[in-house]
Write a protein that binds this ligand. Structure first.
Ligand SMILES: Nc1nc2c(ncn2[C@@H]2O[C@H](COP(=O)(O)OP(=O)(O)OP(=O)(O)O)[C@@H](O)[C@H]2O)c(=O)[nH]1
Length: 442
C-alpha cells in the first residue's frame, strides 16, 4: 500500500470524526491535531502542515454544509479536498512529440524511470528514444542500454565519452526522427556545483518540453533543498516520485513539490518497466485514506451544490420557504446514489442520512408541487400565513385533501427546525430522522 503509515494515521483521525457524537469545535480541533501529527510523522514539512491544517479548521468552522450533506460528511469532504489541493494537479503530459530531461540524485530511480517513461510513450503509440548522459556512474550505460533493448526502445550512448554535454548534443542529432526523446542525466550522492553546472549546460542544448525531477519517496526534509536547486538550474516542470510501493514516508517528496510550486507527473510503484503510473491527485489521496469512492462523493456533492435553487446559506439563517423545502427534498433525492457510496466507506458513522430521505416517491413530490402551485407567492414565502380557511382554499384549488395540505405544512415546519439545527452539527440527522418518522414518509 502507498504510504502505509500516513494512510493509517489519517484514517484513524477521520474515524474519530465518524464516531463523534457531535461535530463541534472541540472535535474539529482534535481531528486536525491528529492530521498534523500524521503528516509531520510522514515527513511533510511543518510549514505545509500548518497551512493545510489552518485551512481545514477555518473551513470546517465557518462553512455551512451543503444541502443533503451533514456536518460530518461536510468536514470529511473538506479534509479530503484540502489534502488534494495541497498536492495540486498532476503535471499535464501531452501525447505528442517532445524532449524530456531527467534530473535527480544518484539512486533516486532516474535510470529505471527513464526506461519506464519510454515504455509509457511507446504504449501510447509514440516512438521513444533514450539518450544516456550519465557519464558518472559506471554501470549506468549498460543498465540503460539493456533496459532499452528489452523494451525494443532506441538507445543512444557513448560508452567511453566523459563529456555528457557532447553526448546529448550528438544524441539529439541522431534521434531526430523519434517522437519522444528522453535524456537520462548523471546523478551524484549530493548536490554539487559541478552537477548543477552540467545540468544547466545540457538544458541549454535544446528547448526541453519537460524537465522531470526524480525523487525517492524515502527522501526526507532534504527533498526541498534538492528540488529548489534543480528548479533554479533547469526549471522543473514535473516531479516523479519513485518507490511508492515501499514503506517510505513520502511526505518529504510531497513537501518539495509544494515548495517549488511544481506538480507530480508520475509515480513509480515497482521495479519493472510497467510500474509507472500517471499521477492522479484524487485517486492518490483516496487511496491514502483508504476510501476509493471519496472522489465520487465529492463530485456528487459539487453537483448538488451547483444547483442554483438550493440556497444553503439562506436556509441556514432560518429563512426557509416552501420552495426551499422542495429544492432541499429534490437535492436529497438526487443524492440517492451517494447513499450507496457511503455504505462502502469504512466509516460506519457517515452513512447516517435516513433512508427515508432518499426514498420520497416521485408521486409524493408531485403532490407537494401541485399543492404549492395553488398557493400565492406570499404563502410559499411565509407558510405561517396559511390558516384553516386558506388550507381549504388550497386543497380545493389543487384537488387534494385538506389533510395533504396540512401534512405539507407540518413537514415544512419540521424541516425548518432541522435546517436551523444543521448549523449546530450532529443534531441535524436526528431531527431529520424524527421528521421522516413522524411524517411516515416512505
Ligand atoms: N521498488 C521500487 N524500486 C525502484 C523504483 N524505481 C527505481 N527503483 C530501484 O531503485 C534502484 C535505483 O534506481 P536507478 O534507476 O538505478 O537509480 P538512478 O537514480 O538512475 O541512479 P543514478 O543513475 O546513479 O543517478 C534500482 O534498484 C531500481 O530498481 C520503484 O518505483 N519501486
Amino acid at each position: 500500500m502507498v504510504l502505509d503509515n500516513l494512510g493509517s494515521s489519517l484514517k484513524s483521525a477521520i474515524q474519530k470524526l465518524a464516531n463523534a457524537g457531535k461535530i463541534d469545535k472541540e472535535i474539529i480541533d482534535d481531528v486536525v491535531k491528529d492530521i498534523q501529527r500524521a503528516l509531520i510523522q510522514a515527513d511533510v514539512n511543518v510549514k505545509l502542515v500548518m497551512k493545510l491544517s489552518n485551512r481545514i479548521k477555518e473551513r470546517a468552522l465557518t462553512e455551512a454544509p451543503p444541502a443533503g450533506m451533514d456536518s460530518r460528511e461536510h468536514v470529511l469532504r473538506i479534509v479530503y479536498t484540502e489534502l488534494v489541493n495541497i498536492i495540486g494537479k498532476a503535471t499535464p503530459i501531452a501525447l505528442e512529440p517532445q524532449t524530456i530531461m531527467m534530473v535527480g540524485l544518484q539512486g533516486s530511480g532516474k535510470t529505471t524511470t527513464t526506461a519506464k517513461l519510454a515504455r509509457f510513450f511507446s504504449r501510447k503509440g509514440l516512438k521513444p528514444a533514450v539518450i544516456c548522459a550519465d557519464t558518472y556512474r559506471p554501470g549506468a550505460y549498460d543498465q540503460l542500454s539493456q533496459l532499452c533493448e528489452k523494451l525494443g526502445v532506441m538507445f543512444y550512448g557513448e560508452r567511453d565519452n566523459k563529456d555528457a554535454v557532447a553526448i546529448v548534443r550528438n544524441g539529439l542529432k541522431e534521434t531526430q526522427k523519434y517522437d519522444v526523446r528522453i535524456v537520462d542525466t548523471a546523478g551524484r550522492h549530493a548536490l554539487e556545483t559541478e552537477l548543477i553546472k552540467e545540468m544547466k549546460d545540457i538544458w541549454g542544448l535544446t528547448n526541453f518540453t519537460h524537465r522531470f525531477l526524480v525523487l525517492d519517496a524515502a527522501i526526507g526534509q532534504q527533498a526541498s533543498e534538492q528540488a529548489k536547486a534543480f528548479n533554479d538550474a533547469v526549471g522543473i516542470t514535473g516531479v516523479v516520485i519513485t518507490k511508492l510501493d515501499g514503506t517510505a514516508k513520502g511526505g518529504g517528496a510531497l513537501s518539495a513539490v509544494s515548495d517549488t510550486n511544481t506538480s507530480i507527473a508520475f509515480i513509480g510503484v515497482g521495479e519493472t518497466p510497467d510500474d509507472l503510473e500517471r499521477f492522479d491527485p484524487d485517486g492518490f489521496i483516496s487511496r491514502l485514506l483508504g476510501m476509493g469512492d471519496l472522489k465520487a462523493l465529492v463530485e456528487k456533492a459539487n453537483e448538488v451544490l451547483s444547483q442554483k435553487d438550493v440556497n444553503v446559506e439562506k436556509m441556514m439563517t432560518g429563512k426557509f420557504t416552501l420552495n426551499d423545502m422542495y429544492s432541499q427534498l429534490e437535492a436529497i433525492n438526487k443524492m440517492g446514489p451517494l447513499k450507496q457510496i457511503m455504505s462502502m466507506l469504512p466509516l460506519g458513522g457517515l452513512g447516517n442520512i435516513p433512508d427515508d430521505a432518499y426514498r420520497m416517491t416521485q408521486d409524493k413530490m408531485q403532490g407537494y408541487r401541485i399543492i404549492m402551485d395553488s398557493m400565492t407567492e406570499d404563502e410559499k414565502d411565509d407558510p405561517k400565513l396559511i390558516g384553516s380557511s386558506r388550507i381549504a382554499r388550497i386543497a380545493m384549488g389543487s384537488g387534494r385533501a385538506p389533510e395533504d395540505v396540512r401534512e405539507l405544512l407540518k413537514y415544512h415546519k419540521m424541516m425548518q427546525k432541522a435546517m436551523k439545527g444543521m448549523k449546530g452539527g450532529g443534531q441535524s440527522n436526528k431531527n431529520l430522522k424524527k421528521i421522516m418518522k413522524q411524517m411516515n414518509i416512505k
